[in-house]
Design a protein around this ligand. Structure first.
Ligand code: EPU
Length: 442
């Protein structure tokens, strides 16, 4: 894309208000859930981001008629679900991780499915072994081909007892979306319980599913014979909220994130306060959270990313940029993905002092320490960041590059904004303008 670059004149504090809509990582799954129903579904507050467009395209290819109204309400009619042509679907190969979640719904509705090779951010190996093992146990037959996978269900899928090796978000969703219409009871152990997963369970319950969330990451699903459409307003996007909050801190600014909710941000808010950031919660009907830099020095912290209710991995990159401004040594141990520090090379080029380590620093040993990945970082601050040309490597890292450019001295060029950032951040240019950022499209 010729103009896929943003010119950023750094040094201006971000000040103003923006709004977050429904969480990308719930909305895309709720869209897949609509395929399970035999009547139309309505999803409110859908963000205008390219990941939603991709999933919408996938649904359309499978015969689901979709319409988006002016207030970002998406209506999906799955009455005539069909098998999509392999060539048509392959256009979506490599663009998203969502297609794999269509396995269960398509197997239930049509008895077969074709899933192209997956995309998503390059932040680790991102295998799908948990998904495939579980699907096989449900009774699916999987034929892997170089370009994708053909799946079939010779008979109705059967409920399973399954323990996830790691509480993976996608695999938990896969099992939920498959178990709801399988025959009998499914017992899932070591499930992920992220707020977006609980919200997906709410969607499925509205559709007629019977799902019990027990203590200790155990979820029990009683299969039912049919599900109908739903009407749902999603949880707000806590990743986007954390991203703008970190931007407020790194640029010495003040950002009111309308739509943000405290409960799902609790872990982030604790860290924000430990670093020295300030926030104020308005939990009125159209409330949100105000984040700001209260002046004075920021404090270094030791952090460890983890599955919920731990500090989510998607908050790691924006927080690291803010930590380059803290006085002293911060430690960040990434335990969810093995390669989520690639973006720090550009921050170093801008003057940040960040060293990466293979050891599990400052926290409990994790699976990446044993396997020798550079998955811990020590950040020595504060550093005056200076402008640079930045090539965005993935969605969340991209936002971090942008925060770094906004807080740096001088004019940076950030490449790959449309390709990556618009996947997960709505009205990105307009929001930057609303916050008074000095940016231009050449
Ligand atoms: N894993 C396996 N085998 C599997 C599945 C996962 O080993 O079959 C491992 C992964 O390699 C990873 C860990 O389990 O090390 C966690 O992966 P998970 O399945 O939880 O991640 P995901 O479902 O692929 C979602 C979000 C990510 C977010 C993670 C963690 C979506 C579309 N993506 O990914 O969001 O970082 O959960 O919370 O929901 C983003 O929005 O930018 C993003 C990357």
């Amino acid at each position: 894309m010729s103009n896929d670059v943003l010119v950023v004149h750094g040094g201006t504090p971000l000040k103003g208000e923006i709004r977050v809509r429904g969480a990308k990582n719930l909305v895309s799954k709720a869209m897949v859930a609509a395929v399970l129903g035999d009547t139309p579904s309505t999803l409110h507050d859908v963000p205008a981001i390219s990941d939603v467009d991709i999933v919408r395209g996938l649904l359309e290819l499978h015969g689901v008629r979709t319409t988006m109204s002016g207030d970002q309400t998406l209506r999906m009619d799955p009455t005539n679900v069909v098998i999509a042509g392999v060539d048509e679907i392959n256009v979506h190969a490599g663009s998203s991780r969502i297609p794999i979640l269509l396995c269960g719904p398509l197997l239930h509705r049509l008895g077969r499915a074709y899933i192209p090779n997956l995309g998503g951010c390059n932040i680790g190996g991102r295998p799908i072994d948990f998904h495939l093992n579980a699907l096989r146990e449900f009774g699916a037959v999987i034929d892997k081909q170089p370009d994708g996978m053909h799946l079939s269900a010779p008979q109705r899928l059967q409920g399973i007892k399954y323990t996830l090796e790691y509480p993976s978000v996608g695999s938990t969703e896969q099992i939920l979306l498959t178990a709801v219409l399988a025959e009998g009871v499914t017992e899932l152990r070591n499930a992920a319980v992220e707020p977006e997963i609980i919200d997906l369970i709410c969607v499925l319950q509205k559709m007629g599913a019977i799902i019990k969330v027990h203590t200790d990451r155990v979820i029990e699903i009683e299969g039912v014979d049919r599900l109908h459409g739903y009407r749902h307003r999603p949880v707000p996007d806590r990743i986007e909220t954390g991203s703008w909050a970190a931007a407020a801190l790194a640029t010495h600014g003040e950002v009111f994130v309308r739509g943000a909710q405290q409960a799902d941000m609790m872990t982030f808010l604790n860290v924000y306060r430990s670093i020295g950031g300030a926030f104020d919660i308005d939990d009125g009907p159209d409330g949100g959270i105000r984040f700001w830099h209260p002046g004075g020095e920021l404090s270094p912290v030791a952090l460890e990313t983890d599955v919920h209710p731990g500090l989510m991995t998607d908050w790691q990159q924006p927080l690291v940029v803010a930590l380059t401004q803290a006085h002293g040594l911060s430690i960040v141990h990434e335990t969810v993905y093995e390669r989520r520090f690639g973006y720090t090379a550009e921050l170093r080029q801008m003057g940040a002092n960040i060293q990466l380590y293979r050891e599990c620093l400052g926290g409990t040993p994790c699976r990446w320490g044993r396997r020798n990945f550079l998955h811990s970082a020590v950040i020595a601050g504060p550093s005056q960041l200076h402008a640079a040309d930045l090539q965005i490597p993935d969605l969340r890292a991209g936002f971090s590059h942008l925060i770094a450019a906004l807080s740096a001295e001088g004019t940076s060029r950030v490449f790959g904004v449309d390709r990556y950032i618009t996947r997960g951040y709505e009205d990105f240019d307009a929001k930057l303008a609303a916050l008074g950022a000095s940016v231009e499209r050449p």
